[in-house]
Design a protein around this ligand. Sequence first.
Ligand code: NAP
Length: 211
Amino acid sequence: MRIGLLGTGNVARALATGWAAAGHDVVLGSRTPKERGDKEELQSFTVVSLDEAAVHGEVLVNATPGTESVGLLTGIGSAALAGKVLVDVGVGFTESMELSHPNYSLSEEIQAAFPETPVVKTLVTMDSVVMTSPGSLEEPGMVFLSGDDAAAKRTTRRLLSDLGWPDAAQLDLGGIGTARGQEHAALLFMGVGDALGTYGFGFKVVLPRAA
Ligand SMILES: NC(=O)c1ccc[n+]([C@@H]2O[C@H](COP(=O)([O-])OP(=O)(O)OC[C@H]3O[C@@H](n4cnc5c(N)ncnc54)[C@H](OP(=O)(O)O)[C@@H]3O)[C@@H](O)[C@H]2O)c1
């Protein structure tokens, strides 16, 4: 599958590495592709402009700061984004590390702005290492999905499987409105990471004991 990651940071590089290893055709989209292409940590990737990444990808991944994502996507344009699945791993934080979308979500804002582009929120309740190596945990944690489009969620589930997420570890929360819970849980993720002294952990839902 052709995947265009928007962003060249920790998350974009980790996901690009994981999906390239699984055989996908991956590019990274940057605001300044020429400058980024010279960076050592990007030598093993194909770095193009955001517009070119959007053209390349059947699936696009938003891995940009959540405060900037809608502006960047608007720059690419709704026509170029139409019909593409947008996997949104972004979370918006203010300078004082408050959520930029309290009682709302970045994913809902993106979905409302680009109705022809099905948005799926996922992977925001873990760090970039666990995203691509769920097997590094003692047992699989859980990864959540939110989105209105069933086909886009099926595509996203397959891509999560390619990163090593077992089907049973992928929990579909429902429509895009449920992205609020995921983004707000990013705060819990950081609080737990601070308390544990490591961000290399996963969340797991524990079911009631059978009666
Ligand atoms: N780090 C994690 O473990 C983690 C976990 C879950 C979710 N997230 C979310 O995933 C997204 C990406 O996280 P990250 O850790 O990869 O961030 P990062 O290392 O800061 O990378 C963000 C990338 O976005 C691009 N970008 C576009 N506009 C930007 C702007 N105004 N300021 C800064 N960068 C801009 C940059 O690429 P160019 O300069 O090449 O354009 C940059 O490399 C964020 O929304 C974050 O909240 C992160």
